[in-house]
Design a protein around this ligand. Sequence first.
Ligand SMILES: Nc1ncnc2c1ncn2[C@@H]1O[C@H](COP(=O)(O)OP(=O)(O)OP(=O)(O)O)[C@@H](O)[C@H]1O
Length: 241
Amino acid sequence: MSKIAIEVKNLRKDFGKLVAIDQISFSIMESEIVGFLGANGAGKTTLIYLLLGLLTPTSGTIRIFGFCPLSARNEILSFSNFASGYISLPSNLTVRENLLVFARLYRVKQPELKIDFLLDLLEITHLQHKVTGFLSAGELTRVCLCKALLNDPKLLFLDEPTAGLDPSIADKVCELLLELRKKSGVTIIYTSHNMRDVERLCDRIIFMKSGKIVTQGIPLEIVQEFKQRNLEELFIELARK
Ligand SMILES: Nc1ncnc2c1ncn2[C@@H]1O[C@H](COP(=O)(O)OP(=O)(O)OP(=O)(O)O)[C@@H](O)[C@H]1O
């Protein structure tokens, strides 16, 4: 029987007078791939930062495999990882040097071998000696994904991981994530504005608006429930309502 990976109850986050996350509750089961959708400013990144323990909730509780992100941050970091399409890595190091720094931080056994494996998996072995600051956006995204897989996470937070990727590479990344889930049972929390990737990847979507959950469920079922033709149309419908 699968376990609860993430349990959020009555979570709220205020930034001054702005309520960025407004009393939301949800659970995510182990090995699920759940997409958080919503227009710009809906609260997706704030929610991920709360789950990672980088922000303190105004009220409410979060449990990640039973741990509280604020009091057990190191435990959670040991089995989770994060990648974003917009993250920056030390720009004067080469790709390999960057990955080695993170591999040491994560105490990866046989880091050189692991890095070789991941560079090959993401098809960027040819970039390993290139200075990170000179990478294209799509190349950098793939390096960030390598970084996120270094510690074999059982929980992966991906904030717009396919941003800046060309459609062919984005498709490969989705395929790779699905394969990874099949092999390792990783739980994936995913945000994206690319509805094609979301349709392909996510078992369930949670649609947010102004910090609240508007609807959640299996992508195709929600599309039918709202009498739309696809996720893109559903997104526009819910975001404009
Ligand atoms: N540190 C902060 N201080 C003040 N306001 C913030 C802070 N971080 C986020 N916000 C505000 O909280 C709201 C939610 O922002 P958030 O970045 O979570 O949205 P998002 O759904 O990730 O948007 P996007 O799709 O554009 O990335 C926005 O109105 C944003 O301006």
